[in-house]
Design a binder for this molecule. Structure first.
Ligand code: R5P
Length: 259
């Protein structure tokens, strides 16, 4: 691996633990002003010291985040459909590689829809983005999105994750599921889990704990942090699981104390 590529990945996945807490606030590119992110800067800035990287769109980065921050940026580069579209996540390249470089990003993130009607379309666009990013030593994070008719089980998620890695993703984001070992053991690149819809804080901590203990390299969590009753307490509790090996009870106690 060339130095630039290795350095970018090491900035995201901390070499001393092999883990990462990605804080995802890219929802606006298809969901608009998501609950908790209406004033994105007010939510995000106090939480940044606890995040290993920040995943967001170029618009959010330019409009809400000062260029003085010292956090690796994972730039959402796929897009093109909204939650109002029946073909939601039928995405193409929404940011060219030149602008990603201009924004000094540590990685680019692209959603793929394995098993959807337009699978070939999203996968070939994904590989085009990978070719562009690899040319400049920028890793691509594959976001394995799941269509409405697909089941988020280990069989499907291991297929989507392995496929993403074999097509060139350097990091894969997927969902936690039963038999998650199968996803981890058959994917040759680091796997992080998405948080998903808001669930009770202790359940979100438990999901993060199980994923980490099974071998996930981290979490790419958004709503379960910024929609928590206390986002600042929650990001620290999730961090304690990802980077400090806290148990669920210890992390929830930390959350409750900080809240
Ligand atoms: C979804 O495609 C977006 O990339 C989100 O950033 C991602 O799903 C993580 O956010 P959440 O934890 O809210 O699901």
């Amino acid at each position: 691996m060339d130095w630039g590529m290795a350095n970018r990945i090491n900035r995201i996945i901390k070499p001393d633990t092999g883990r990462t807490l990605m804080f995802a606030v890219d929802h606006g590119y298809f969901m608009g002003p998501t609950t908790g992110l209406e004033k994105l800067d007010e939510t995000v800035m106090p939480l940044l010291p606890y995040a290993d990287s920040l995943m967001l769109t170029r618009g959010a980065l330019r409009y809400y985040v000062p260029s003085s921050v010292d956090v690796p940026i994972i730039l959402r580069v796929s897009g093109g459909t909204s939650i109002l579209n029946k073909h939601m996540l039928h995405e193409g390249i929404a940011v060219g590689i030149e602008d990603a470089i201009r924004l000094n990003v540590a990685a680019v993130a692209f959603s793929i829809m394995v098993g959807a009607d337009y699978e070939r379309d999203t996968l070939l666009t994904f590989t085009k983005m990978i070719d562009d990013a690899e040319r400049y030593g920028i890793p691509t994070l594959a976001v394995t999105a799941v269509g409405k008719n697909l089941v988020r089980d280990a069989k499907y998620l291991s297929l989507a994750s392995r496929l993403a890695a074999e097509l060139g993703a350097r990091i894969v984001k997927t969902y936690f599921c039963d038999d998650f070992e199968r996803v981890i053991q058959t994917c040759p690149v680091p796997v992080v889990i998405a948080g998903g819809k808001k669930i009770p804080e202790k359940e979100a901590l438990s999901m993060a704990y199980q994923a980490i203990q099974t071998g996930a390299a981290g979490v790419d969590m958004g709503r379960n942090i910024f929609q928590a009753e206390s986002p600042k307490a929650m990001v620290q509790a999730v961090r304690s699981i990802v980077q400090d090996d806290f148990t669920v009870d210890q992390a929830f106690e930390l959350y409750s104390d900080l809240k």
